[in-house]
Design a protein around this ligand. Structure first.
Ligand code: NAG
Ligand code: NAG
Ligand code: NAG
Ligand code: NAG
Ligand code: NAG
Length: 485
């Protein structure tokens, strides 16, 4: 296996990466594909990949655990690959863009999983910038290396492939524009074999221009129950259209991420190195928010909570280690006003020695290896899923998260982390939760361990592949029935 698995982590070494290489890789921001996509458009929050699938219809919650035993740990035999039935099938993947953000990278991951079982995979990118672009170039190269065909989105090849394909996967709502623009009079013929993979939960995606064909496709695959419910509600109330059959598929962690997370030596080296660069000592407690800096991700509110927790510790004279806050995801070029606000807050409160800003990076593993607690403070409807959450749990970190969106389907409140409300009402609860975890080493470590166990139970790549396989099987089945009727 191995090879087919993952986009983000283009590490060639198989089992035991020489430490030096690991370190070099991790520290080089240029190694873009190394560890995923912290910064999603969705927000599918960050990084690596997938898991739970449940039929939206009857069952609503949970998803069965029946396959878990068989898969635990020893699903190595290729014959167990749940996607084997896709062998020799022709699949067309339609991406709205080709960037290092969550949506496209997730679709690439699926492309490689399908190639791994011998499917014939064709990729088209609907919106390409005019100027040459290194990222696009290297991502396309990577796909060609894996035997994925890359065609122009608008050419005859794309249309012919759509007509011939066993399955067409549209990625994100925006990709819907491709249908009319390219297929034209052939749209109706293709819709019955379209699976629409949706990773967003924002108002501006609810445009008929994008999604008017949604009711007529074979199925929609969505990253969390919250997001699926949101789509059901919004399409109905805003657009007066009905969702097709909807499948919820939670994401999972790639094998590569799990390898780093489970490599104690690598973790220790990364931890020492990153802490030194931040100016945090080994015994200090580091709380990090890893997400692109923007109001929606709640860095401002996190800093207010952090300030409040410092104040609580001081006032109550609590004996706790020094605490630090790290904001990974700075981009002074993109979010100048908001970033300036954050930095001003830090200097006003005079907490510069406790708060650290790190530029946006695709390599999150070194940070996950170095911190003690992940803060997931996404506001409003929260994350669609929030990949960074399961990545952090893989590193045995407890999560302090907002009670919104996908986070609520990942974090078990009181067991693998603590939830606080979104908005200003969440500031004091989060401050209290920070203090709680700072005071109670045992609780913090136990939560981290429970989080890790939860990841092993349901948020690994093979779980995701299983769930996706069930969806693809149904969609193929439907498409076939349709073509015979
Ligand atoms: C959809 O959401 C709105 C609020 O956002 C709510 O008032 C309404 O009852 C919901 N509709 C359904 C059918 O759930
Ligand atoms: C932040 O800290 C300062 C000084 O440490 C304190 O005076 C202020 O009240 C705090 N702000 C909040 C919102 O807790
Ligand atoms: C972070 O990004 C800014 C520009 O946005 C750049 O000036 C700065 O050098 C970067 N810092 C590091 C450590 O790369
Ligand atoms: C999380 O659990 C705490 C108690 O451990 C409780 O006070 C809080 O309301 C819970 N939050 C949610 C969103 O369930
Ligand atoms: C897996 O899918 C997610 C979706 O965001 C993507 O962000 C990520 O980069 C992909 N790869 C990994 C390793 O997560």
């Amino acid at each position: 296996m191995g090879k087919q698995s993952s986009a983000w982590i283009a590490i060639q070494q198989k089992r035991r990466w020489p430490l030096m290489i690991l370190i070099l890789l991790s520290l080089s921001t240029a190694m873009a594909f190394l560890i995923r996509s912290t910064f999603d458009s969705c927000p599918i929050s960050s990084s690596n990949n997938v898991s739970h699938f449940v039929r939206e219809k009857q069952d609503g919650g949970g998803g069965g655990g029946s396959t878990d035993d068989r898969l635990n740990g020893n699903a190595r035999a290729p014959s167990l690959n749940p996607l084997d039935f896709m062998k020799s099938r022709l699949v067309l993947l339609v991406s709205h863009e080709l960037t290092l953000s969550g949506g496209p990278l997730l679709l690439m991951e699926l492309a490689f999983l399908l190639r791994g079982v011998g499917a014939e995979v064709v990729w088209v990118t609907n919106q390409k910038p005019n100027e040459a672009n290194d990222v696009i170039h290297s991502l396309e190269h990577k796909m060609l290396d894996q035997g994925v065909q890359v065609y122009s989105a608008k050419g005859e090849e794309a249309v012919n492939t759509a007509l011939k394909a066993d399955l067409v996967i549209l990625n994100t709502a925006v990709a819907g524009k491709w249908l009319d623009a390219v297929l034209k009079e052939n749209v109706a013929q293709v819709l019955p074999k379209v699976l629409w993979w949706i990773h967003e939960m924002r108002g501006h995606y609810f445009k008929l221009e994008y999604v008017k064909h949604l009711p007529f496709v074979a199925g929609a695959m969505i990253d969390s129950h919250t997001t699926a419910n949101y789509w059901k509600n919004r399409t109905h109330e805003r657009l007066g259209i009905k969702m097709p059959e909807t499948y919820v598929v939670h994401l999972g962690n790639s094998k590569e991420l799990m390898e780093v997370a489970e490599n104690h030596v690598a973790k220790r080296v990364l931890r020492e190195h990153v802490r030194e660069s931040l100016g945090a000592r080994n015994e200090d407690l580091v709380f990090a928010l890893i997400n692109s800096v923007s109001r929606g991700k709640g860095q401002d509110l996190f800093l207010r909570s952090f300030n409040e927790s410092l104040q609580l510790i001081r006032e109550r004279k609590l004996q706790v280690p020094s605490i630090h806050a790290v904001i990974v995801g700075s981009d002074m070029n993109a979010q100048t006003k908001f970033e300036t606000e954050l930095r001003n807050f830090v200097s006003e409160k005079n907490i510069q020695n406790r708060v650290h800003f790190v530029n946006k990076t695709l390599t999150v593993a070194p940070y996950l290896a170095s911190i003690d607690v992940l803060v997931q403070n996404s506001q409003a409807r929260g994350e669609c899923f929030g990949r960074i959450t399961i990545e952090a749990m893989a590193f045995r970190l407890p999560v302090l998260g907002t009670a919104a969106g996908g986070t609520m389907e990942i974090v078990v409140n009181g067991t693998t982390g603590l939830l606080h409300p979104v908005g200003k009402e969440g500031v004091s609860p989060l401050a209290n939760n920070i203090v709680q975890l700072a005071r109670n080493v045992e609780r913090r470590l136990t939560m981290g361990k429970r989080g890790y166990e939860r990841v092993k139970e349901r948020f690994l790549e093979h779980h995701m592949a299983e769930r996706i396989a069930l969806v693809l099987k149904e969609v193929l089945h439907k498409a076939k029935r349709h073509s015979h009727s």
